[in-house]
Design a protein around this ligand. Sequence first.
Ligand SMILES: C[S@@+](CC[C@H](N)C(=O)[O-])C[C@H]1O[C@@H](n2cnc3c(N)ncnc32)[C@H](O)[C@@H]1O
Length: 243
Amino acid sequence: MPSRRLSARDRARRELGQNFLVDRAAARRLVRLLDLTGPTPVVELGAGAGAVTRELAGHPVTAVEIDPHWADVLRVRCPWARVVRGDVLRFAFPRTEHVVVGNLPYSQTTAIVRRLLAEPSWTRAALLVQFDVARKRADGGSMLNAQWAPWYEFRLCGRVRAQAFRPVPSVDGGLLAVRRRARPLVPWSELGAYQAMVEAVFTGRGRGLRAVLRNLRRPLPSGVPADALPKDLTPEDWARLHR
Ligand SMILES: C[S@@+](CC[C@H](N)C(=O)[O-])C[C@H]1O[C@@H](n2cnc3c(N)ncnc32)[C@H](O)[C@@H]1O
């Protein structure tokens, strides 16, 4: 029955964060952040109705979409793309070099970003997320930022007004560029130990960084003021603290 089908679609729209881009210029701005020059493989996260996918015509694209309805639509609209019907959180990312793009479902941004950062083979990502989330990532200072700072640089690249999406969300979007460092500040093989250290510092007992580090029996990195807080440390400070 049409009315039941409509309500199922409405439910999917809400649960899966289906705020589709209707502003072509915004989709182009997102794709331009990838600096695509040659035939670099692209993985698109949450491809939906293909607003971003169609701006990638001519590139080898793998478009991941969880909703079977939109995955089927995509196969017709963007026949050059390899469409994978599945959950980004379980997707097997390529083991060879690639780039990543996605207008992410707002409700799953953190989970998807965490999943993405744990993948070793992509070099650049262009993400459209809530503006405040993009700004927070780019400003640094959070535990999540510190845990990934030796490997990635985050940059806020602009705002996308809420009216660029349908349905119109309650907040604007933000363009976030993530670049893997050519020379990581900490070896990838030490990721687990490094992240445990960052968590211990952020959640450790003591007032100020010096006291927290004293409790953890670690020295304050040279050049860091005694009254600094964990959020004040630069990626280089964190790397020295790890060493
Ligand atoms: C904000 S929409 C973006 C759609 C399209 N890329 C665009 O820009 O118009 C997010 C898309 O991600 C899909 N999605 C939500 N959760 C997902 C997940 N866990 N894995 C894969 N796709 C997901 C939704 O169905 C939706 O199509």
